[in-house]
Write a protein that binds this ligand. Structure first.
Ligand SMILES: Cc1cc2nc3c(=O)[nH]c(=O)nc-3n(C[C@H](O)[C@H](O)[C@H](O)COP(=O)(O)OP(=O)(O)OC[C@H]3O[C@@H](n4cnc5c(N)ncnc54)[C@H](O)[C@@H]3O)c2cc1C
Length: 539
């Protein structure tokens, strides 16, 4: 939004609760990087206190076989209840794109109309064709690399960057997919495969999640925000925490009260307020902005703020191979399998699922010691030799149906460091999700058997663990102001000069595809609309 509005000549102030990071200072630039604190851990910890969870969810015993386990411990992680939700996010200029893996997926056309095609969820008020030009534009801005001939995706032109070659490890796992007639494709990623836009291509160090020290991953801090600032129209205030959006007598937003880096209360006046604080924090800020005119929270006359939270449905299997596959090198996720992205009516669940392979955190011996290799002395060394560079994750991500009871609300008692109520997150699994997780586990095992992995070292599943990386819902987009919070341009139905532009406007989750490119395309579209309407004097 900052990019789009400042290009259009509008004056923009960005309030960002976290700091500004300097890629040249990321630990991966140091020789002893594995012993240094993780780049974003401090800001993650700072965020961690900022939400609580609803009542613990008892595990459904019918699916006990899905309990997470690791070879090291040989026990289930949670025996009776699902672990409380754990949301992974980064506070900082660039948000979660700082630690995302750069996957840049377009949602497929069917993902926008799950209600009319498959009978679940809700249709979006827009279709793939509405977003397509913005997907195109966004991919060019980010220099997305990919293969345009993916038969599971809508037909399209070439990507601005050629696809990355599959790593040695992905090629090895591909044998299992091939054997079962599944297609493991080159992923589309916002990671440069050639020099582009003044930035250098990827060095395949695998450290995307720790912050790209090369600037080859197109996180917002190195791609769009510098362009926004270069216009002279955008000012970014880091360590500035928005606390309340205030309204005037005409029920229009008049600006934002925030705490600055010295924790002093401050106010910024604005003709338009855009809220992009994530599916957890945007509803919180709206609910914390109640007033006489909006006693249930700003922009919440529908009562929909906070509802339909969608978390990450995942299954992960850690596979050990017999031979070295150099799994510590490459992109974090260079290959995906979309065979199950289109929901299949003959299955026991209705949802899209996408498989992928990745080393995830296993990129150095320190991580192996922490997660997999135990013991001391010779036994440790022997096991390290057996595991290092031979271990790869096979994972699947699927969509959770939007349920009204899965929601973000305000915790009645807990406050953050500024004295503001924190979010309380309630999220539960339903029958459809359990069946989907079961499917992921069964298919995952079949693929790893077909790939002739030496041993499975562990499995993790959203059945008993919650690791939320992709989240959406909570300020749903729709045409009916009674049943949605924002319209198709992310504009509040109740407050015309307030926009909510992040994953909270999502209606459904894209069948297992990653969300960022869709958030960004929606932002370009909303920015263009906002600029046009403001020029006409309509906002
Ligand atoms: C480990 C990991 C890997 C991922 N990999 C991928 C991937 O490869 N591809 C993909 O598409 N998606 C990926 N995702 C998901 C993706 O990063 C998020 O879905 C996306 O960034 C969400 O964007 P957002 O704008 O909704 O929120 P965010 O990116 O979370 O941005 C919100 C920003 O608002 C700030 N903020 C919050 N509250 C306030 C406040 N009160 N005042 C001021 N500022 C505030 C936050 O500090 C943050 O910077 C990944 C996520 C994780 C955790």
């Amino acid at each position: 939004m900052a990019y789009s509005l400042s290009q259009a000549g509008f004056s923009v102030v960005v309030l960002e609760a976290g700091p500004r990071f300097d890629p040249t200072q990321y630990p991966l630039n140091q020789a002893d990087w594995e012993r240094l604190p993780k780049t974003f851990s401090a800001s993650r910890d700072a965020q961690r206190d900022h939400y609580t969870s609803g009542p613990k969810e008892p595990l459904n015993p019918q699916y006990r076989h899905l309990q997470s386990w690791t070879e090291g411990e040989k026990v289930s992680v949670n025996k009776t209840h699902r672990a409380p939700p754990k949301v992974y996010r980064v506070k900082g200029v660039g948000g979660c794109t700082l630690h995302y893996q750069g996957e840049a997926h377009r949602f497929s056309p069917h993902a926008f109309k799950s209600r009319s095609l498959f009978g679940y969820g809700e249709d979006w008020p827009i279709q793939y064709e509405d977003l397509e030009p913005y997907y195109d534009k966004m991919e060019k801005l980010l220099g997305v690399a990919g293969d345009p001939n993916n038969p599971f995706k809508a037909p399209r032109g070439p990507f601005p960057n050629p696809p990355h070659r599959l790593s040695c490890a992905s090629q090895r796992f591909k044998q299992g997919f091939d054997e079962l007639g599944l297609q493991l494709h080159q992923n589309s990623v916002a990671i440069l495969s050639r020099p582009y836009d003044g930035r250098v291509p990827c060095n395949y160090c695998n450290g995307c999640s720790q912050g790209c020290m090369m600037g080859s991953k197109s996180s917002m801090d190195v791609s769009l925000l510098p362009k926004a600032e270069a216009t002279g129209n955008t000012r970014i205030l880091a360590n500035a925490t928005a606390a309340q959006i205030q309204i005037d007598g005409e029920e229009k937003a008049k600006g934002v009260m925030f705490f600055d880096e010295k924790k002093q209360e401050n106010f910024v006046h604005a003709k338009v307020v855009v809220l992009s604080a994530s599916a957890m924090e945007s509803p919180r800020l709206l609910l914390n902005s109640e007033s006489k005119a909006f006693p249930d929270g700003l922009a919440n006359r529908s009562g929909g703020v906070g509802l339909y939270f969608m978390e990450t449905m995942f299954h992960d299997l850690t596979a050990l191979f017999d031979e070295p596959i150099h799994s510590h090198k490459g992109l974090q996720i260079d290959a995906r399998c979309w065979n199950y992205n289109f929901p299949n009516p003959s299955q026991s669940f209705q949802a899209g699922v996408v498989f992928g392979v990745s080393p995830l955190g296993l990129i150095g011996p320190g991580a192996y010691s922490k997660y997999l290799v135990h013991g001391w002395g010779k036994s440790h060394k022997d096991q390290m030799r057996e595991y290092f560079g031979r271990t790869l994750h096979l994972f699947a991500i699927g969509e959770q149906h939007p349920h009204p009871n899965n929601q973000v609300k305000l915790d009645p008692t807990e406050r953050d460091g500024f004295g503001l109520p924190v979010s309380q997150l309630a999220t539960q699994l339903h029958a459809n999700e359990l069946e989907m997780l079961n499917f992921m586990a069964i298919r995952g095992k079949a693929i790893s058997n077909a790939a002739r992995v030496k041993r499975v070292l562990g499995e993790a599943s959203a059945y008993d663990l919650s690791g939320i990386t992709h989240m959406g819902g909570t300020c749903r987009m729709g045409s009916d102001p009674q049943r949605s919070v924002v319209n198709q341009f992310c504009q509040s139905h109740d407050v015309p000069n307030l926009f909510v532009v992040d994953a909270s406007c999502f209606v459904t989750q894209g069948g297992g595809d990653s969300p960022s490119l869709t958030i960004q395309a929606l932002a370009l579209r909303a920015g263009e609309y906002l600029a046009k309407e403001a020029r006409k004097g309509n906002i």
